[in-house]
Design a protein around this ligand. Structure first.
Ligand code: MN
Ligand code: MN
Length: 294
């Protein structure tokens, strides 16, 4: 007795492939009709996803699911060779900046100091320039530090776009914030690889003609990997995570950076972002609740 479908079965794997192809073509024809003008945006989203997956700076995740779409002006993804960030047009700063740091990024290039508007932002958005913070009393504070990108002039210059800069109180920027940046590069010189995310929280006041938000505090999350080249799936409950939240105030200048230690959970509650989202959920729960060194 010949059952329906036995012809396909006897054809084995080739048959299965042919069957899938026929269904695929049928689904494709229906899909094309349904997609209509949305197809373009679907393609764009797919392209963005691919870039997100390929970027070493988003290995641990995209904390706010930012996308490079003009209809998302408060969460606009910029993926650069040197770092990734979510830009907020209404704050005039990033929501977060994320970057990989290992020995390959460190060299002996001088600080380029070429602060400038970010050319990758939509041209009709309010422009934050090298002069926007002038007279405000705030430093042009780097998120991805100049000192973390010294392997080439292009890499170092890339950190001076204003989308990577926040109005930072001088005593914060040149005090414990700077000390922690130096500590990170010490870890890298010992052979470790870091994945760092930093950004602002709250609003103290607005600065300059572009009304840039000076935040109440600046926070940073640092995942410390024992060697370069590991993946998010190799992060375990034993992985070291450093989280800090520092008031954006010069009174903290002489305080040690360790006095601002907190948990990733606290910074997630403060910002509503999900950090380390590419890490296994059970592992996240452990390493996000732990204060470094405790
Ligand atoms: Mn700085
Ligand atoms: Mn998380």
């Amino acid at each position: 007795m010949v059952r329906w479908g036995s012809g396909w079965q006897s054809m084995g794997r080739l048959g299965a492939i042919a069957k899938r192809a026929i269904w695929g073509i049928a689904a494709g024809v229906i899909g094309l009709g349904l997609a209509g003008c949305g197809e373009f945006f679907a393609d764009l989203a797919e392209l963005t996803d691919w870039r997100v997956m390929a970027s070493p700076h988003l290995m641990l995740g995209n904390p706010s699911e930012a996308a490079t779409r003009q209809d998302m002006p408060q969460n606009y993804l910029l993926l650069k060779p040197q770092f990734a960030l979510s830009y907020n047009r209404d704050r005039g700063t990033a929501n977060w900046v994320s970057w990989q740091l290992n020995g390959d990024w460190l060299g002996d290039v001088d600080r380029q100091d070429d602060f400038r508007p970010d050319p990758d932002l939509p041209p009709d958005w309010p422009e934050v320039t090298a002069q926007t913070y002038r007279g405000s009393g705030y430093d042009r504070g780097h998120m991805a530090p100049s000192g973390d990108r010294t392997a080439s002039r292009a890499d170092n210059s890339a950190t001076f776009v204003m989308s990577n800069i926040l109005p930072q109180a001088p005593g914060n920027n040149r005090g414990p914030w700077n000390d922690l940046e130096n500590y990170c590069r010490d870890l890298v010189r010992r052979g470790q690889e870091l994945h760092i995310i930093a950004g602002p929280a709250g609003q103290k006041r607005r600065v300059g003609p572009a009304a840039v938000v000076a935040p109440q505090s600046v926070w940073k999350v640092i995942v410390v990997l024992e060697q370069p080249g590991l993946g998010a799936d190799q992060i375990s409950e034993a992985t070291r995570v450093i989280a800090v939240n520092m008031p954006n105030d010069s009174v903290i200048e002489t305080r040690p950076w360790r006095s601002f230690l907190t948990t990733v959970d606290e910074i997630e509650a403060l910002t509503n972002f999900d950090f380390l989202s590419n890490v296994d959920g059970d592992v996240q729960a452990v390493i996000e609740a732990r204060v470094d060194g405790v």
